[in-house]
Design a protein around this ligand. Structure first.
Ligand code: PBG
Ligand code: ZN
Length: 327
């Protein structure tokens, strides 16, 4: 029995649209960018699995970051695509001082003021087999990979990255990277850890975008089973203990419950990754006329923030900035 009715009517205020508990802001957004060493000059190349998204040359990326900055976006997350021939078993190009990401970071630092540069820290774009770690007899090795991750972190920090973002879900990766950075006097460089990263089919479009698909097996030995929530919380807890400055849940919209649980349990800054598959689903459905792109985008991203994310990594970042500007 509802004794409050008819005294209380929820519609009264709703129609005034005065109360909005959650407001997206450009401050929340991180724009992911793909920087492809194989592209010359100022060119960019469309990514067919993600209509509206591009791979940029280094020059092109500088232009894109300037534009994002002018729209109020404060931070970018950079993925590198090295020259095809440079990929090897060990992903050594990932820590080359003259590698695509290292050069791109130096250029962006030089040409763009006040942008927070986050670098993806993983092996999969640089290994010939496409896995996120070193491989032996068909399995991905955890501990030997840690040393390589440390080297990549240092090379990215040297180039000028503000935050490194290890995405390979290796056990102990945050600790190994923190130690290595500190040893090399990069104690000011922050770590944003992909702490709870599910083994998700929603990364499909990204693998074409970043040329990071794997040649055999899958990523289930290192990424989380999507059936598990408590395990995700343990992953987050461990990364915090290892020294993560920001923890991430990924994918975002499919795993809002995890965002909300992490928010409730831990007080560290929390990022959520609105992944390629989430972007491409909305894009495809709106192209078919099944739903309204802008409305679904705003609903999805607002839900991510409402669930408790402080930062949202999204390919929609520039579009959201445009919508917010109109409001
Ligand atoms: C690889 C990586 C992936 C994404 C970010 N870093 C894919 C994967 O684990 O296979 C996915 C991002 C997206 O789908 O937008 N370390
Ligand atoms: Zn990887």
């Amino acid at each position: 029995m509802n004794e409050m009715f008819p005294a209380v009517r929820m519609r009264r205020l709703r129609k005034l649209k005065l109360i909005r508990e959650t407001l997206l802001s450009t401050d929340d957004l991180i724009l992911p960018l793909f920087i492809d060493e194989n592209i010359e000059g100022k060119n960019k190349k469309p990514i067919s699995s993600m209509p509206g998204q591009y791979r940029f040359s280094i020059e092109g990326a500088v232009k894109e970051v300037l534009e994002a900055r002018s729209m109020g976006i404060k931070s970018v997350l950079l993925f590198g695509i090295p020259e095809q021939a440079s990929k090897d078993e060990k992903g050594s190009e990932a820590f080359n001082k003259e590698g695509v990401i290292q050069r791109a970071v130096r250029r962006i630092k030089k040409d763009v003021e006040n942008v927070v540069i986050i670098t993806d820290l993983c092996l999969c774009e640089y290994t010939s087999h496409g896995h996120c770690g070193l491989v032996e007899n068909g399995s991905v090795l955890n501990d030997p990979t840690l040393e390589v991750l440390g080297k990549i972190a240092v090379s990215q920090a040297e180039a000028g990255a503000d935050i490194v973002a290890p995405s390979g879900m290796m056990d102990g990766m945050v600790k190994a990277i923190r130690e290595k950075l500190d040893e090399e006097s990069f104690s000011e460089i922050a770590i944003m850890s992909y702490a709870a990263k599910y083994n998700s089919a929603l990364y499909g479009p990204f693998r074409e975008a970043a040329d990071s698909g794997y040649k055999f097996g899958d990523r289930s030995s290192y990424q989380l089973d999507f059936s598990n929530a408590r395990e995700a919380l343990r992953e987050v807890e461990l990364d915090i203990k290892e020294g993560a400055d920001i923890v991430m849940v990924k994918p975002a919209i499919f795993h809002l419950d995890i965002i909300s649980k992490v928010r409730a349990r831990f007080d560290v800054p929390l990022a959520a990754y609105n992944v390629s598959g989430e972007y491409s689903m909305i894009t495809a459905a709106s192209e078919k006329g099944y739903l309204n792109r802008e409305e679904v985008m705003m609903e999805g991203l607002t839900a991510i923030k409402r669930a408790g994310a402080d930062l949202i990594i999204t390919y929609f970042a520039k579009e959201v900035a445009r919508v917010l500007e109109q409001e």
